[in-house]
Design a protein around this ligand. Structure first.
Ligand SMILES: Cc1cc2nc3c(=O)[nH]c(=O)nc-3n(C[C@H](O)[C@H](O)[C@H](O)COP(=O)(O)OP(=O)(O)OC[C@H]3O[C@@H](n4cnc5c(N)ncnc54)[C@H](O)[C@@H]3O)c2cc1C
Length: 379
């Protein structure tokens, strides 16, 4: 039976970053991804500047879209808007995650794509793991098993089925549109309006798909998703003279209990959850890749620390992630899904978001002086 120190299930952001930091510290790591790579992933692929520091890489230009984002334009429900200069990375997840898989391998990780988790059994001193590779089951063992399999986490669903609904808890649709418009390709447009999105803002931005620049118009809702997204698309088409044809439509739905008080769960024993699998995606912040990368990096640090200090890796992981977990739980109670009218949303933006913006400005500055593992996630 093949043995690894750590087996990571899921070759997205969290899994790849975890694999990179383990391998560079000589921890024998296997990273597996169920899809053939590069694999498509429904995601806006937009991140704060600090993301590169958490991942610990300088991102090559050819892994990013043609246009990086340099402005954010926030549209309020009463039609008013504010525009602020703000840099954000802009990339497609198929290209970017493939690059991160490569980064993990360059640091020494073993990577298998088209390889899916098929089961595990934890003993006192190891975890026996079954993987489905090329149609047959491979049995391996490891000291730690990391679930980095995203919002439908395979291991967590097995260990804690009660954390998931039987129906969808919400979804998103992205329309990719070709053609000219009066939109600025370096601006992230955010539209806060409960007629279009009752979880966060509805969005418009520019993306490079197979070398072609396309406009992406998208939104999310916890019910009647298509109706809300089509209404937003028709508004954007009129407002910005966006007449081109839809060349691709991308949808996503989740069944994790976003409202549950223990949505964030870091694992147990020798099984660790990272990224979305840990419930760290934050609808209030509108992003999750930074939390995925940071949790992957901190899980690696916890395993390394536990080996050198002969302590418990889960205890170390809980300690290192406390700030991020507390923030996610705090944000969870402040989501706009509690609000029922656009007047209430406008008032929320006036009061709550002003506080958020001040905190964001302070942490934006402080983060420059913090070590990557101590970065405070924005906003
Ligand atoms: C529509 C949408 C837009 C978003 N936009 C943004 C954004 O702009 N910025 C941002 O920061 N975040 C965004 N997010 C959130 C972001 O996508 C996630 O937080 C992030 O992808 C989490 O990374 P992860 O590595 O935990 O999981 P994932 O990126 O989902 O990776 C999990 C991987 O595990 C693999 N896997 C699953 N099951 C198995 C199995 N059984 N065996 C092996 N492998 C398996 C999957 O194929 C996948 O590759 C968005 C999410 C959605 C849905």
């Amino acid at each position: 039976m093949q043995k690894f120190d750590v087996i990571i299930i899921g070759g997205g952001i969290a899994g790849s970053v975890c694999a990179k930091f383990l391998s560079r510290n000589h921890i024998r790591t296997l990273l597996v991804e169920k899809c053939k790579t590069p694999r498509p992933k429904a995601c806006s692929g937009i991140q704060f500047g600090y993301f590169a520091r958490i991942v610990g890489e300088r991102f090559p230009a050819d892994k990013l879209c043609h246009h990086q984002l340099r402005k954010v334009e926030v549209h309020k429900p009463d039609g008013s808007s504010v525009r602020v200069p703000y840099f954000m990375y802009n990339f497609m997840r198929d290209v970017f995650d493939d690059y991160l898989n490569q980064v993990a391998q360059n640091n020494g990780a073993v990577f298998w794509d088209e390889c899916a988790y098929a089961g595990h059994e934890e003993t006192d001193d190891c975890v026996n793991v079954d993987l489905k590779l090329h149609g047959r089951i491979e049995s391996l063992s490891c000291s730690y098993l990391v679930d980095a399999s995203g919002l439908r986490p395979v291991i967590r669903r097995k260990l804690r089925p009660g954390d998931f609904r039987t129906t969808s808890s919400g979804g998103t649709i992205n329309y990719y549109i070709e053609g000219d418009s009066v939109l600025d390709p370096e601006t992230l447009y955010q539209f806060w309006n409960l007629d279009w999105n009752n979880q966060m803002f509805a969005w418009v931005y520019n993306k490079t798909v197979n070398g072609q620049d396309l406009w992406v118009v998208g939104s999310g809702y916890d019910r009647d998703l298509k109706m809300h997204c089509e209404s937003f698309l028709s508004f954007i088409r009129n407002k910005y003279a966006l007449h081109g044809r839809i060349v691709k439509t991308e949808g996503y739905s989740s069944n994790i209990e976003f409202d549950s008080s223990d949505r964030v769960w870091l694992g147990q024993g020798r099984i660790m959850m990272v990224g979305d699998a840990a419930g760290l995606v934050d609808v209030t912040r509108g992003v999750g890749m930074d939390a995925a990368a940071l949790s992957g990096r901190l899980a690696a640090r916890a395993i390394i620390a536990a080996r050198s200090k002969n302590t418990n890796a889960m205890d170390e992981y809980v300690k290192y992630t406390r700030k991020m977990v507390d923030q996610t739980r705090r944000n969870q109670s402040q989501g706009i899904n509690r609000l029922s009218t656009n007047e209430a949303l406008l008032e929320h933006m006036r009061t709550e978001m002003t506080r958020v913006n001040v905190r964001m400005a302070v942490n934006f500055i402080l983060n420059r002086f913090r070590q990557p593992e101590n970065i405070t996630l924005l906003p």
